[in-house]
Design a protein around this ligand. Structure first.
Ligand code: OSB
Ligand code: MG
Length: 369
């Protein structure tokens, strides 16, 4: 397949509720959609970079420039044997996995459409027909608000609750959540807000039998996580610091984690996500699919990813309406009453694009040359 055209569309979408992590509060997303065309068939990808370089080094504007000036030109006009070729073609670029990944996943979607198969089948997934779903709940203005939100999501059927923590919003808040909800599957995500100096404080979280604590230490650290894990009963789940399968293999070897969060953008797309999945599976480490407040394309790609065999824990993949008044796909992503998302059998990522709506919320568009 030869990629004949690569178009970039940046859209702006306000969130239904702000989302607060230890690093920032987000009210509105600026998302780049990547459209790739070959022989009249089009594939779509979504770039998961945030609006600021606070989760990792990437943000919407950096991703735009990487796609336009580096990743796009390396793939445009190339004869590809398979979507697997995109990752090595752009590997000369250091970092910027989310920009590279937005293009890579678009080529996978294109290949699935060329073969007239659903994306989950194209990537070798389909181990389950329903994806178990959890929710990620941001830091709130009050504990009462957090408790209400958790109750609301449990009523909707979600299978596990992830709460964001940061210094000043951690042990006491988790204790109150546990008192109110003694039996739920509960976990906490710190987004790198602590250091090894906080070991004694973090050890208090062991009292609340959390499923895991996600990325407590620095965004680029593995070694200190290994030290912390040796002192904690609660499994550590790594997110930010695992950018490829090799780093996951190193983290597993050092016993830095018991669980891994896989995000398509963070690792540069499906090829590396699958490799990371395989490394974890071989080591007996369960994985789950993380989220980056995606619009419909990224959300649908996550559903496909989460159908691989070792995605045995509920992911941060949830219904469109939790994020958007109106999503960019039809139908929107919906959950069953028992907190799952069903795979769809339409070719590619499985949903229709609402192109009129995308056009109406586009803030810039360009083609790679
Ligand atoms: O660390 O998993 C994270 C959102 C933005 C940046 C980082 C993270 C998150 C989430 C939200 O937890 C997951 C989602 O609901 O999309
Ligand atoms: Mg996380």
């Amino acid at each position: 397949m030869k990629i004949e055209r690569i178009a970039l569309h940046q859209i702006r979408m306000p969130l239904v509720h702000f989302f607060e992590t230890s690093f920032s509060r987000t009210y509105s997303r600026d998302i780049i959609l990547v459209e790739v065309t070959s022989e009249g068939i089009t594939g779509w990808g979504e770039v998961t970079a945030g609006e600021n370089p606070f989760y990792n080094e990437e943000w919407t504007d950096s991703a735009w420039l990487i796609l336009k000036n580096y990743a796009g030109p390396r793939v445009l006009g190339r004869e590809l044997d398979s979507p697997e070729d995109v990752y090595p073609l752009t590997a000369h670029i250091r970092g910027h996995n989310m920009a590279r990944g937005g293009l890579e996943v678009a080529v996978w979607d294109l290949e699935a459409r060329r073969n007239n198969v659903p994306l989950w089948k194209q990537i070798g997934g389909g181990a389950r027909r329903e994806i178990p779903c959890g929710v990620s709940i941001g830091i709130q203005d009050s504990v009462e608000q957090l408790l209400e939100k958790i109750q609301h999501e449990l009523d909707a059927g979600y299978q596990r609750i992830k709460m964001k923590i940061k210094p000043g919003w951690d042990v006491d808040v988790v204790r109150q959540v546990r008192e109110r909800f003694p039996a739920i599957k509960l976990m906490a995500d710190a987004n790198s807000a602590y250091t090894l100096a906080d070991i004694d404080h973090l050890k208090k979280l062991d009292d609340f039998y959390l499923m895991m604590i996600e990325q407590p230490l620095s965004h680029d650290d593995i070694i200190d996580h290994a030290v912390l894990q040796s002192k904690l009963q609660t499994p550590i789940c790594l997110d930010e610091c695992l950018r490829d399968a090799h780093q996951a293999e190193q983290a597993i070897r050092l016993k830095a984690c018991g669980i891994i969060n896989i995000k398509l953008g963070r690792v540069g797309g499906f090829r590396e996500a699958k490799r990371l999945h395989d490394v974890a599976q071989a080591a007996g480490i369960p994985v789950w699919c993380g989220g980056m407040l995606e619009a419909g394309i990224g959300r649908a790609h996550n559903v496909a990813l989460a159908s691989l065999p070792n995605f045995v824990l509920p992911g941060d993949v949830s219904a469109s309406k939790r994020y958007w008044k109106r999503d960019i796909i039809r139908p929107e992503v919906e959950t069953t009453p028992h907190g799952t998302i069903e795979l769809r059998d339409a070719p590619g990522f499985g949903y229709d694009l609402d192109t009129d709506y995308i056009r109406s919320i586009a803030v810039r568009e360009d083609v790679v040359s």
